[in-house]
Design a protein around this ligand. Structure first.
Ligand SMILES: Cc1ncc(COP(=O)(O)O)c(C=O)c1O
Length: 388
């Protein structure tokens, strides 16, 4: 009898992240080019840090608003006005401790144990894990993959609905595939949700990383006021703030007290100095985000062009997000391949096994890096692939 036997089966069943496993294997190696996790190579810019430090120096170190400080909620409303053309009031915005916590709290708000949430796979593994830990069932519906391109099969999505289905989790642009819903996809998904009275959890954290110009199509473009949609989002990717753990939720104002309570009984709010940093990110950070997008665009082209030129890889340039999701001819075990690649080339990739159904044979590379480094990684990977 182990002490573990007396733990919650749900906690025990939580899987180890398949991405972290490879990172732990090779962390800290000299000359390593780490394309395995979803973050850029720049630290948080100074203007954000300074706002946080000024807040600390001013003694803002007390308990704070559970829904987020009013200045940050207003800055979020303004940001959505600028980028999404919305005129939502600040009452629709809730500040939480990371995109991950936005997902966790939304799952708590929507699902009861035994409910099912349908999501599109391959997917970022934390989505299914968060559902399962909460006692809900995560039901994957694979995207279709043809000639390097991922697409949604709406009939399969509808076929996955059962009497226990509570909603859809839709991540667009997608981590890891880069699949980006068109406005028609969004209208179709919304029509299904209305028909079956389902919630939509919309994860649009990569909306600004959209390579056709402008930002990606959003449920905000097609929704009506009474649609049941909760948006989860994060400061991590746009403003180089992955280590801060600040995110937000956009939801109908009626949910306000419920979300406030879920915050109260988890983190009891995001530290005020971090929220001041987040205000600076939103109000002064558009140029920084533009530069990040330009960098991602160049690095995406460098990496994808090189990989496609090997003629031994099935992939296309992704429409959105920060990842090349590639299938190397002859690779039948992506976990083993990720270890082999890091040993032989010094490039860290995430194995597709980490991303669930339909992703097993792929590898994921995050390209939000200095294009010179990405070109180096592309060259090392191409040599490896051609030598297989
Ligand atoms: C699709 C998706 N949603 C949410 C998150 C969560 O971001 P964070 O918890 O860093 O705010 C990530 C991070 O990689 C992601 O890829």
């Amino acid at each position: 009898m182990s002490i573990l036997d007396s733990l919650s089966p749900r906690a025990l069943a939580a899987p180890e992240s398949g991405i972290v496993e490879v990172v732990n294997y090779a962390r800290g190696r000299e000359g390593l080019l780490p394309l395995w996790v979803g973050e850029g190579d720049l630290p948080t810019p100074d203007f954000i840090n300074r706002a946080a430090m000024a807040s600390l120096n001013a003694g803002e170190t007390f308990y704070t608003w559970q829904r987020g400080i009013p200045e940050l909620r207003q800055a979020l409303a303004d940001y959505y006005g600028r980028h999404f053309g919305t005129s939502l009031p600040m009452e629709n915005f809730y500040v939480v401790g990371s995109g991950m916590q936005a997902i966790q709290l939304s799952v708590q708000a929507i699902t009861s144990p035994g409910d099912e949430m349908v999501y599109l796979s391959p997917a970022w593994p934390n989505i299914a894990a968060a559902l399962e830990i909460a006692g809900a069932r995560s039901v994957p519906v694979p995207l279709q993959f043809e000639h390097g391109k991922w697409s949604l099969d709406l009939e399969r999505l509808e076929a996955a609905i059962t009497p226990k289905t509570k909603g859809f989790f839709i991540n667009t642009p997608s981590n890891p595939t880069g699949w980006t819903a068109t406005h028609q996809d969004l209208r179709d998904i919304l029509a299904l949700a209305r028909k079956h009275d389902l919630w939509i959890m919309a994860d649009e954290i990569y909306a600004l990383y959209y390579y056709a110009g402008g930002r990606a199509p959003s449920f905000l473009d097609v929704k009506e006021a009474d649609d049941k949609i909760i948006f989860v989002n994060s400061f991590s990717k746009n403003w180089s703030m992955t280590g801060w753990r600040v995110g937000w939720i956009v939801a109908p104002a009626e949910l306000g007290q419920v979300i406030e309570n879920l915050v109260q009984y988890s983190t009891s709010g995001v530290a005020q100095f971090m929220q001041r940093g987040a205000v600076a990110a939103l109000n002064e950070g558009d140029d920084f985000v533009r530069a990040n997008i330009a960098k991602a665009t160049r690095s995406r082209d460098i990496l994808c062009d090189a990989l496609i030129a090997t003629n031994r890889v099935q992939t296309l340039k992704p429409d959105g997000a920060l990842y090349s999701f590639l299938r190397i001819d002859g690779v039948t075990d992506s976990r083993k391949a990720a270890i082999d690649i890091v040993d032989k080339t010094g490039v860290g990739l995430a194995p597709g096994t980490a991303f669930g159904l339909g992703g097993e044979l792929f590898m994921r590379a995050c390209f939000l890096r200095d294009p010179v480094q990405v070109a180096d990684a592309a060259e090392r990977l191409s040599r490896y692939i051609l030598g297989l």
